[in-house]
Design a protein around this ligand. Structure first.
Ligand SMILES: Cc1cc2nc3c(=O)[nH]c(=O)nc-3n(C[C@H](O)[C@H](O)[C@H](O)COP(=O)(O)OP(=O)(O)OC[C@H]3O[C@@H](n4cnc5c(N)ncnc54)[C@H](O)[C@@H]3O)c2cc1C
Ligand code: SF4
Length: 505
């Protein structure tokens, strides 16, 4: 059963075994797992259910329709770092690049030790990763779908003898059109709206879209349900239509921004640790362009389909990236004629970037006025140094791939490097965090999982330390940033938490 804004009149009141708030990487698998266990489940999502034929390749329109705050969110500190989250059935999995990594065992071991996590081990997670991979068809793309931008990185890794691999992706019959960030018009991306949500509905689950949950109902120390307001999808204005779900368990899956905001707006619920909204981790990432003699035509092929994994344990991955010409244009140096000349050679540009396992932390603070939080985050000098190393390695790869010249896009470094030996200038420069132009699209950690109630908001079963029957299943429960793209780990943890909730009912 699906009920949208238009289907609902006045106030709706329903009962279920469990209610899940948010249908992204964490929420949809949790809801699916619960429904598979025979539980009655209500899944509530603030965004609409947008179908492949309704997506557009016009990125500005997509940002307004699919992203929170029109895609213009930023983390604010010593500089602005853009950060994007989706607001749509399927959550941010709808607009992501479909890169899939399992959580590395060494990172898991670190998490288990730091937070004394009793319920997590490689043996527990392996079958969950298998399930996620099966459910979302995780596989690698054939060369012809990857396109030249990705294949050049493969060749560059081979030339430097650095380990590289095709990115595993959750897609089926991908056409390599490269516009994943606008939503997949081909219906090829196996985001949760195409996988877990339909399977959940088939198992009798009820989905309410266009509804923002604003209140968590707690009685005698136990979560008893939620209340929300339907949002008119045309105006994004709250309406007089309301939803109340009475349930034996509540699972919050609003993401690392949404979940702490919801808890803070409920009188700082589940926050005896003081950690709700803190420990905002990220994979800070930035890109670099290289100009090749040959035509790369980077818009043909998957936007992120190959990774250099040589430096993962040192703290960074190098991944191909591509975006619409306006976004690439911002990354190119120069003004006027020089910039125009560069844009005229768009077909010859390869775009690769580095994503670091950042250790800087920030904070999400709910606003009293609305549902858009203040996001405080500053990159520290340790991370700037790591970014410097990562950018040097990216430039080395571009030259190894055959670039005629490279535009590092880093302050204090020449805007064009024309010889491979000049990449040392990146290391020679006295770089500070503000010398980079990073983005941070993997917010994590704001409701940290820890067996210690003073350090964490939830235990390793996903249940909050403070409120029985209140669970969290999304990226907010990560102890820190794992150094690999997080969606598969979030889906696995969503499945795990869904299983624990089902057992408790
Ligand atoms: C452009 C981009 C590219 C990315 N590429 C990759 C990639 O290639 N690989 C990868 O692993 N990761 C990638 N990511 C990150 C990944 O998609 C996210 O980390 C992941 O989806 C987060 O899962 P989540 O469940 O925590 O939150 P989300 O997937 O964001 O889901 C949260 C959902 O909850 C809803 N919600 C929030 N609050 C409420 C409320 N109060 N009431 C009702 N609903 C609510 C939201 O609308 C949203 O739909 C990318 C992210 C971006 C922005
Ligand atoms: S590259 Fe593949 S998955 Fe991405 S939007 Fe195009 S067809 Fe969909």
């Amino acid at each position: 059963m699906i009920a949208t804004f238009n289907d609902v009149k006045g106030g709706v009141r329903v009962e279920a075994d469990a209610v899940v708030v948010g249908s992204g990487a964490g929420g949809a698998p949790a809801a699916h797992r619960l429904a598979s266990a025979g539980k009655s489940v209500v899944l509530v999502e603030e965004g609409s259910y947008v179908k492949p034929e309704e997506f557009t390749t016009d990125f500005m329109t997509a940002m307004r329709r699919l992203y929170r705050d029109n895609g213009m969110r930023a983390m604010v500190g010593t500089m602005l770092i853009p950060t994007m989250q989706a607001r749509v059935v399927g959550g941010t999995t709808v607009v992501n690049s479909a890169i899939c990594f399992r959580l590395p065992d060494d990172v898991l071991a670190e998490w288990v030790e730091a937070e004394r996590l009793q319920g997590l081990s490689p043996e527990v997670l392996a079958p969950l990763f298998d399930q996620v991979e099966h459910m979302t068809n995780i596989s690698v793309e054939p060369d012809e779908v990857l396109g030249r931008n990705n294949l050049l990185l493969r060749d560059a890794c081979a030339r430097l003898s650095w380990r590289g691999e095709k990115a595993a992706r959750n897609s089926r019959d991908c056409k390599g059109c490269g516009v994943c960030m606008s939503g997949c018009t081909e219906g090829a991306k196996m985001s949760t709206d195409r996988t877990y949500v339909p399977a959940f509905l088939e198992r009798g689950g009820a989905l309410y879209t266009d509804c923002r949950i604003e209140e968590i109902l707690v009685e005698n120390g136990r979560a008893r349900g939620v209340r929300g307001t339907f949002i008119d999808p045309r105006t994004l204005a709250p309406s007089s239509k309301t939803l109340e779900v009475r349930a034996k368990a509540v699972v919050l899956s609003g993401g690392a921004m949404g979940t702490p905001v919801l808890l803070q707006k409920n009188n700082n619920l589940a926050n005896s640790s003081g950690q709700v909204g803190r420990n905002l981790y990220n994979h800070t990432a930035t890109g670099m362009t290289g100009f090749f003699d040959e035509e790369v035509r980077a818009w043909e092929g998957v936007n992120q389909g190959y990774c250099c994994v040589e430096f993962r344990r040192s703290g960074f991955l190098i991944e191909v990236f591509w975006a619409s010409p306006d976004v690439i244009g911002i990354r190119l140096p120069g003004f006027g004629l020089r910039h125009k000349e560069m844009m005229a050679r768009l077909a010859h540009i390869a775009g690769w970037g580095a994503m670091i396992r950042a250790k800087s932390t920030g904070r999400v603070i709910a606003s009293k006025k609305n549902w858009s939080p203040a996001i405080r985050y500053s990159m520290n000098q340790r991370d700037a140094r790591l970014m410097q190393l990562a950018m040097k390695a990216t430039a080395d790869l571009l030259f190894a791939g055959g670039a005629r010249f490279v535009c590092p896009g880093i302050n204090k470094v020449p805007s064009e490097l024309h010889r491979a030996v000049d990449t040392r200038l990146i290391m020679d420069a006295d770089l500070r965090p503000t010398d980079f132009n990073p983005i941070g699209n993997h917010p994590l950690g704001t409701c940290r999982m820890s067996e210690d109630p003073k350090r964490g908001v939830v235990n390793s079963r996903g249940e909050t330390h403070d409120v029985h029957g209140l669970y969290i299943a999304d990226g907010s429960i990560f102890p820190n940033a794992p150094g690999v793209n997080p969606q598969v780990t979030i889906m696995a943890l969503g499945t795990l938490v869904g299983g624990y909730v089902a057992e408790s009912l």
